[in-house]
Design a protein around this ligand. Structure first.
Ligand SMILES: Nc1ncnc2c1ncn2[C@@H]1O[C@H](COP(=O)(O)OP(=O)(O)OP(=O)(O)O)[C@@H](O)[C@H]1O
Length: 223
């Protein structure tokens, strides 16, 4: 009698898994069967020339864009079809800024911490994050009066002041002075060390090396 084939039990789902992703805009292909996988405790950076589809892939993984075909899973679920429970553990900085015009810089961080309470001790406190990002002097102003680089720093502080298991950041180094980049890398590396999955779209060597990211090129797959 033939032996019954034993199937290897499936392990826990990856933090991020995209496979065979196809996206076209107006008939022009942008992503042609692209995939990426990020485990918890890992960092991956998407690289590729301008227009190679890095932001488009991030938007698919963030559930903001439905691919023409292919599979996207975040923590094992389809991000386009899931409820709020998944998003509580996910930080996405995909380019769109959104502020409460009547809340100060530090109040934005305090609000996020209150929503995510109880916040574990390994998550940096608002005052420490403002200091790390050089915003201490700006703690009590509203975002509208910040420079664009200061708003980018605040955006990053909001991403890091709350617990998360998955972080997706599109060019987080944009508009940052070079002296802030190693600080950002260190803060992100701490999150990865604590078990979070980090998916970047970035060519910044300080950031890629600082977080120990594996590089995933989108050029190779589109050529
Ligand atoms: N909503 C849209 N409608 C039409 N075309 C789009 C749309 N979004 C992106 N594209 C096109 O898809 C291609 C990939 O864009 P995407 O922003 O994903 O590239 P990228 O690799 O992130 O580029 P960059 O390095 O310049 O940030 C580009 O040609 C862009 O013009």
């Amino acid at each position: 009698m033939p032996k019954a084939r034993t199937r290897k039990p499936a392990g826990p789902p990856a933090a991020i898994e995209a496979s065979g992703v196809v996206v076209s805009f107006g008939g022009t292909p942008v992503l042609n069967k692209v995939g990426v996988r990020v485990e918890y405790g890992q960092a991956v950076s998407l690289v590729g020339r301008n227009g190679s589809g890095k932001s488009t892939l991030l938007r698919c993984i963030g559930g903001l864009l439905q691919p023409d075909s292919g599979t996207v899973r975040v923590a094992g679920v389809d991000p386009a079809r899931t409820g709020p429970a998944l998003w509580r553990d996910v930080v996405m900085l995909l380019g769109d800024e959104a502020w409460y015009p009547d809340l100060t810089v530090i109040e934005h961080l305090e609000l996020l911490r209150a929503v995510h309470a109880p916040v574990p001790d390994d998550i940096p406190r608002p005052a420490d994050l403002l200091e790390a990002f050089g915003l201490t002097e700006r703690a009590d102003v509203v975002p509208a009066v910040l420079s664009s680089g200061q708003r980018q720093r605040l955006m990053l502080a909001t991403a890091l002041c709350r617990p998360s298991k998955v972080l997706m950041l599109d060019e987080p180094e944009q508009r940052l002075d070079t002296d802030i980049r190693p600080i950002l890398a260190e803060l992100l590396a701490e999150r990865v060390k604590a078990g979070a999955a980090l998916l970047l779209a970035s060519h910044d060597k300080t950031l890629i090396d600082g977080v120990g990211a594996r590089v995933r090129s989108l050029d190779q797959v589109s050529e």
